[in-house]
Write a protein that binds this ligand. Structure first.
Ligand SMILES: C[S@@+](CC[C@H](N)C(=O)[O-])C[C@H]1O[C@@H](n2cnc3c(N)ncnc32)[C@H](O)[C@@H]1O
Length: 268
């Protein structure tokens, strides 16, 4: 369902259609929000935001008269009726999530409840933590001849991962693997990953990427748990396990003179 596009960046022009806008805020750095996301923040009547993960700076664009609702200590039973009530009163609501809303953001159940209440909504993408971390690492996670796939996953915690998606099963593919929500279970994660990745596979341990206190350590897989425990990382930590982080000298076919294609035909 697509709602009306914001027409201007000025706070005075309130042209947003009533509805809920699920907005990806990016990983932390306020500059990493989309232009569309910034416009929505500048125009919305109500901002419902996950204050445990969304940095305060992102809220600096919000209208001074906008209602701000922090959700860290609220349940779905409180959040959804609030959004429905505001939209039915003719207001535009931005539901601000960290990173990209398609990953571990619990929007599925919110969208279902809104659809049931016949409240219009729209999803606006954001930059996920793995993309921001790869950029900070100056890394391409899909290097030809080395690795061509990325797995985005987590280990079981209070939310169980389906059996077919056990970490050790994914590790068998030895792809680039981005591990969310797993710092509290880092020892089990490391053990499962070591079932298939060589112990010297590089792992980037990425803490609060894009935040002022960001820290990134690149260590062999065999040290992933030790670094996490030494630095006392329990939240907002993403792991990227990847042969691509080895810095091997390989090149793609795309810009290879011997590789011809539609836009660079063979010159005879
Ligand atoms: C509830 S999930 C939200 C993920 C988010 N939707 C995304 O696309 O990045 C929270 C987890 O994402 C990862 N994460 C989110 N923001 C991060 C950041 N700035 N730095 C490192 N990890 C982050 C961590 O693994 C954290 O435990």
């Amino acid at each position: 369902m697509t709602l009306a596009t914001p027409q201007s960046t000025t706070a005075e022009s309130l042209l947003l259609a009533p509805g809920v806008y699920f907005l990806g805020a990016g990983p932390g750095d306020p500059d990493l929000i989309t232009v569309r996301g910034q416009k929505l923040l500048q125009q919305a009547d109500v901002i419902v935001y996950a204050n445990s993960l969304v940095p305060q700076q992102v809220l600096s664009w919000v209208r001074t008269d906008a209602e701000k609702v922090a959700t860290a200590n609220l349940t779905l039973e409180a959040i959804v009726p609030l959004m429905i009530e505001r939209v039915k009163a003719g207001k535009s609501v931005v539901r601000l999530q960290s990173g990209d809303p398609s990953l571990y953001s619990a929007i599925h159940e919110q969208m279902q409840a809104l659809a049931l209440a016949e409240v219009p909504f729209e999803v606006i993408p954001g930059i996920s933590a793995f993309q921001a971390a790869a950029a900070k690492l100056n890394a391409e996670l899909t290097i030809p001849g080395l690795v061509q796939s990325i797995i985005l996953t987590r280990i079981s915690g209070r939310t169980q991962v389906p059996e077919a998606e056990e970490l050790a099963t994914f590790a068998a593919h030895q792809t680039s693997l981005c591990l969310y929500l797993s710092a509290r279970h880092v020892e089990a994660s490391q053990t499962q990953l070591l079932a298939h990745y060589p112990a010297d596979t590089p792992v980037a341990v990425c803490f609060r990427v894009g935040w002022p206190d960001e820290q990134i350590w690149v260590v062999p897989l065999s040290e992933m748990a030790a670094v996490t425990q030494r630095e006392n990382l329990i939240r907002t930590t993403l792991y990227i396990v990847s042969p691509a982080l080895k810095g091997a000298a390989v090149r793609s076919r795309l810009y290879n003179p011997e590789h011809t294609h539609l836009f660079r035909p063979q010159v005879s």
